[in-house]
Write a protein of this length. Structure first.
Length: 325
């Protein structure tokens, strides 16, 4: 399906970012996803080093008014299938005009091109993260050939009645140290070898998507160190746009892991308990995280035992592409 003839479609520019952030905020008032973005957040996602902005992004305009945005973002590393994430939104007052279908069609076509251009030898997975609160998106995805593949739960807890501190023999719990950033990357790669959609993060994707994010808070992140090596970690983020929109400061735990050789000793509970206390001491109001409901380590039970409760669920919808080579 093509875009309505009255609209202009072109690549995004950095000058579009304030209008794009305003579009997302207008959509959030209708969609209630619990997510907020400012221009700098969108810049990190859409102008990352591995995004070819002219080819991988689109701004949809009616005159000078931004009515929709679209991006196809593919991190450079992968394990089981090359992942292409499709991101975008249509301004609420312009929905029902066929713009959303045109955006999705463009994203799928571009996703197929990215697969063919960058990793034709491997299978690929085009993915959209859907929340049930976004009216009409599920039907759009079904008509576009997507099927639900994975369920993710957002869990949160207030920073009151904190779990007691824990110790593990031979392990020191310390705040994140930039001198150990490479150790943390290697520990993360080891911890997530069996997890859906995970990959061996190279330095570029690690620094772009993880500790290099502006929201990353080294002072709220905790490392478990044994024999001068990182064996466990909690990486924390505080998103300014969320704080501005909600009036509460949330410590989001984007990555939590323990290397396989150190499991079974209570390290996960120890680093989480330490991170919760660090967030509370820093004046945060709550802590949150996201868990795959099919997590191979049964993380849901762990997080419930640490006081987290499910707040929202989102579904990963995918189109799978076979190797081309």
């Amino acid at each position: 399906m093509s875009f309505p003839a009255a609209l202009t479609v072109r690549p995004l520019t950095r000058d579009d970012l304030p209008a794009a952030a305003a579009l997302y905020e207008a959509a959030e008032r209708v969609d209630d996803t619990g997510e907020h973005y400012d221009a700098a957040d969108l810049a990190e996602q859409w102008f990352a080093p591995f995004v070819e902005v002219d080819a991988d992004t689109r701004a949809v305009l009616d005159g000078d008014d931004l009515v929709a945005v679209a991006a196809t973002v593919a991190a450079p590393t992968f394990r089981d299938a090359y992942g292409v994430h499709l991101d975008g939104r249509v301004r609420p007052d312009r929905r029902g005009e066929g713009i959303g279908r045109a955006v999705l069609d463009w994203q799928v076509a571009r996703g197929r091109e990215i697969h063919a251009e960058r990793h034709p030898e491997a299978p690929a997975r085009l993915t959209v993260l859907h929340q049930a609160t976004i009216t009409g998106q599920e039907g759009l995805l079904r008509r576009g050939g997507f099927t639900p593949a994975r369920w993710f739960q957002s869990m949160s807890r207030p920073l009151t009645d904190l779990p007691a501190p824990r110790t593990v023999d031979g392990v020191e719990l310390v705040r994140f140290d930039w001198a150990r950033d490479e150790q943390v990357r290697h520990a993360h790669n080891a911890a997530f070898t069996e997890h859906y959609g995970s990959s061996e993060r190279d330095r570029t994707s690690w620094q772009t998507m993880f500790t290099g994010q502006r929201a990353f808070r080294a002072d709220l992140s905790v490392l478990a160190v044994q024999d001068d090596e990182v064996v466990g970690y909690v990486l924390a983020y505080v998103h300014e746009a969320d704080t501005a929109a909600t009036g509460t400061v949330d410590a989001y735990y984007g990555q939590i892991g323990v290397v396989p050789a150190a499991r079974g000793r209570g390290l996960s509970k120890a680093v989480i308990a330490a991170a919760l206390r660090a967030a509370a001491d820093a004046g945060c109001d709550s802590a949150s995280l996201e868990v795959d409901t099919d997590n191979v380590d049964e993380a849901q039970g762990l997080y419930r035992s640490m006081g987290f409760a499910v707040a929202r669920t989102q579904v990963s919808w995918s189109v799978h592409l076979p190797p081309l080579g």
